[in-house]
Ligand binder design. Structure first.
Ligand SMILES: NC(=O)c1ccc[n+]([C@@H]2O[C@H](COP(=O)([O-])OP(=O)(O)OC[C@H]3O[C@@H](n4cnc5c(N)ncnc54)[C@H](OP(=O)(O)O)[C@@H]3O)[C@@H](O)[C@H]2O)c1
Length: 242
């Protein structure tokens, strides 16, 4: 099993879903954790034995202030994000900007301000999406933001390589978290939508938070030390087929 022993790792979105599963897994694998989200209580519920930081990752001043006092980091798993549906024509500028803030501005600010805190041998994993690679209807702003996240990982891989720091993105397919629940709540046919989400890939099921967290753990550990600038799809094979 890949070890994260002694590594100090920031996990965003750690109060639920994929971020929560990841925080608990990284803890079990020996990491010291800093957990970030907007609400404190869910972060404490994820793991009491950690540092907890409640802030909006799209708030430049708040992220800058946090970075000043944060101290050295060996890794970051930037899982915080939000999904609002809609086509390009149905999405007003304010909703587009909210999707960019929640999904792209946040990771940009965190890597911008915390880059100097990363230690030699460090690793950063950004969370994109398989719908940031292939388009589906009705998720326009989210998909565009996630495509930006994938490119951010590549740019950072280039910029940080001379310092011995890696950056990769993962692009999950559907995992049944609060995010998917919220999407289904707005659907005219939630059961049908859930069944479709589970069967669009060759493995014919949705992923689990733990499966996604395990890929992130691999990318944060030293066993992946020649992997950087990659966008790794984890989606039951959906990206491989029409
Ligand atoms: N579930 C899927 O099917 C799926 C598929 C592909 C990619 N993803 C991506 O995987 C990541 C995790 O998603 P999830 O499914 O685990 O969703 P989730 O359960 O809704 O978790 C999202 C987390 O992000 C935090 N967050 C949202 N906006 C924030 C902000 N502005 N600042 C700080 N924290 C913020 C939320 O906590 P607070 O509300 O307390 O801030 C929440 O804990 C997201 O980036 C998502 O886009 C998910």
């Amino acid at each position: 099993m890949n070890s994260l022993s002694g590594k100090r790792i920031l996990v965003t979105g750690a109060g639920s879903g994929i971020g929560r599963a990841a925080a608990r897994m990284f803890h079990d694998r020996g990491a010291k954790l800093v957990l970030l989200g907007r609400r404190l209580a869910p972060l404490q519920e994820t793991l009491l034995n950690a540092e907890h930081v409640a802030l909006d990752h799209a708030d430049d001043a708040a992220v800058a202030a946090f970075a000043l006092g944060c101290g050295p980091l060996d890794g970051m798993f930037l899982a915080a994000g939000e999904l609002k549906t809609g086509s390009v024509e149905a999405t007003p500028a304010s909703a587009f900007e909210a999707m960019i803030a929640a999904n792209l501005r946040g990771p940009w600010l965190l890597t911008h301000h915390l880059g100097p805190n990363l230690q030699v041998g460090g690793s950063v994993v950004l969370v994109g999406s398989n719908i940031g690679i292939r388009a589906i209807p009705e998720s326009a702003a989210y998909s565009v933001a996630k495509a930006g996240v994938h490119m951010l990982a590549k740019v950072l891989a280039l910029e940080w390589a001379p310092r011995g720091i890696r950056c990769n993105a993962i692009a999950p397919g559907p995992v049944h978290t609060d995010m998917v629940e919220a999407r289904l709540a707005g659907s005219a046919d939630p059961e049908g939508d859930l069944a479709r989400l589970a069967t669009v890939n060759p493995l014919k099921r949705m992923g689990t938070e733990t499966e996604v967290a395990a890929l992130a753990a691999h990318l944060l550990s030293d066993e992946s030390r020649w992997t950087t600038g990659a966008v790794m799809v984890i989606d039951g094979g959906a990206d491989a087929v029409y």
